[in-house]
Design a protein around this ligand. Structure first.
Ligand SMILES: Cc1ncc(COP(=O)(O)O)c(C=O)c1O
Length: 424
């Protein structure tokens, strides 16, 4: 009998990362440097216990928290979130982009990314992405029949000349009218750790604008700032919300998962009209509002200053763990491997000499697994793009979840596998 599944049900492939995670769970001795999980030891258990107990102490505050809320999110949390963003961006109170009316609270920023694509794209539409980019975003594109075109990534963000060349090529082929957005993971990017300078965001937005007439509709800049607050060195970079023309072209997504608790799974975004209304209606069908209790938890954390204190604590912790990984990489990795390090986030990016495959089917990956260490093959982070072959000589290595001892031991194991492999 034919399956009764919808096209979406049939087309949604297993995420490539799922089997990696499954492998990690079934092998207790394995050190996983693959997961994008956050640090267990610093998860805010005591802060959460205190704040939840405050919320539930009286019916006056407890009952609304245990009731359904508003689709776009709790008013107070939207206000506090915008204030938080204003502080990070150094934006004045009069900023048109930083307004609670344009802010939405979602079930993680993942939900917002998904709904934004639902609101924006039809099958066959094109999203421009960094090459490489966040693989779960690529999975959404795959599942919904959308196409991606890669824009080369440099240490300070996308290659603007390449962005222009890609747009020109799409114009020539008559496909520009299918281009809906440019997706940038602009802070300590997943998977490379690269951050996009404000100048580049501004210029990218201006370039998109230049091609809009030929496209026949707006081309949005979708800025995913998931890792923005995991910054342990350097200065913050202003968001694209401050770029000229941002008010009706920039979609900004952020999250309280990484800096606070992925288990609470509260994300947020700033959306221009008519997207805000469209996404709000779609969210009305998804869940008509993110879990109220969790929104209240975040609102209290922000309001009491405990959130900020916690972020300061974890920044230190990630800084230490990154340093441990950096030292281990210097000690154990062959010098022919190019390492991208970062001032924040959860990842190092390693590029092996050309011709050496680190892909999921490679000997190297199998040897790493045999030696009980797991990394994310970089090729999983490249979109299907007919204009180039997917590089397979890269790996994403995370210090997010592993403790310091496991980071040292994991890199030592991986280094030994690499040395053996490169000397062949
Ligand atoms: C780049 C990026 N964006 C968004 C997300 C989604 O995070 P959340 O849904 O927890 O906010 C992740 C999670 O790993 C991520 O790496």
């Amino acid at each position: 009998m034919k399956p009764a599944l919808s096209k979406l049900g049939q087309c949604t492939a297993l995420q490539p990362i799922s089997w990696l995670m499954q492998t990690a769970l079934t092998r207790p001795k394995l050190i996983s440097l693959a997961a994008g999980f956050t640090d267990n030891a610093t998860l805010p258990t005591q802060i959460s216990k205190r704040l939840l107990s405050d919320i539930l102490r009286s019916p006056g505050s407890g009952q609304p928290a245990l009731q359904y809320g508003i689709t776009a999110g709790e008013k107070n949390l939207r206000r506090l979130t915008v204030q938080h963003l204003q502080r990070m961006d150094g934006a004045g109170a009069g900023s048109k982009t930083h307004s609670p009316d344009r802010a939405m609270i979602t079930g993680g920023s993942q939900q917002l990314l998904y709904m934004t694509l639902e609101a924006l794209c039809d099958e066959g539409d094109i999203i421009l992405v960094e090459d490489p980019t966040y693989f779960v975003f690529l999975s959404i594109l795959q599942s919904r029949g959308l196409r991606a075109r890669g824009v080369r990534l440099q240490r300070d963000g996308i290659d603007l000349a390449h962005l222009e060349a890609v747009l020109q090529r799409l114009k020539r082929s008559g496909e520009l009218r299918r281009v809906k957005a440019l997706y940038l993971v602009s802070y300590f990017q997943n998977p490379t750790g690269a951050s996009t300078s404000f100048a580049k965001k501004r210029q990218a937005l201006a370039l998109l604008k230049k091609f809009e007439r030929a496209a026949g509709h707006p081309i949005y800049l979708l800025e995913d700032a998931a890792y923005r607050e995991l910054r342990f060195a350097g200065d913050d970079i202003r968001s694209a919300l401050l770029a000229p023309g941002a008010v009706d072209r920039v979609i900004y997504t952020g999250t309280y998962s990484k800096p606070f608790a992925p288990g609470a799974r509260v994300g947020y975004g700033i959306l221009p009209e008519p997207l805000f209304t469209a996404v709000q209606r779609i969210k009305g069908n998804h869940d008509f509002g993110t879990a109220n209790l969790l929104q209240q938890l975040l609102a209290r954390a922000l309001q009491t200053g405990l959130y900020e204190k916690h972020v300061a604590k974890i920044e230190k912790r990630y800084g230490q763990k990154a340093q441990v990984m950096k030292q281990a990489l210097a000690e154990h990795f062959p010098s022919s491997i190019e390492i991208w390090d970062s001032n924040g986030g959860l990842y190092f990016w390693a590029r092996l000499p050309k011709g050496i495959s680190a892909g999921a089917d490679s000997q190297l990956f199998r040897a790493a697994l045999k030696n009980d260490v797991l990394y994310v093959p970089g090729e999983l982070c490249y979109a299907d793009d007919p204009a180039r072959r997917k590089p397979d000589n890269e790996m994403r290595i995370s210090y997010g979840n592993a403790g310091e001892r496991d980071i040292r031991e994991g890199i030592k194991r991986l280094g030994a596998v690499l040395r053996k492999h490169l000397s062949k």
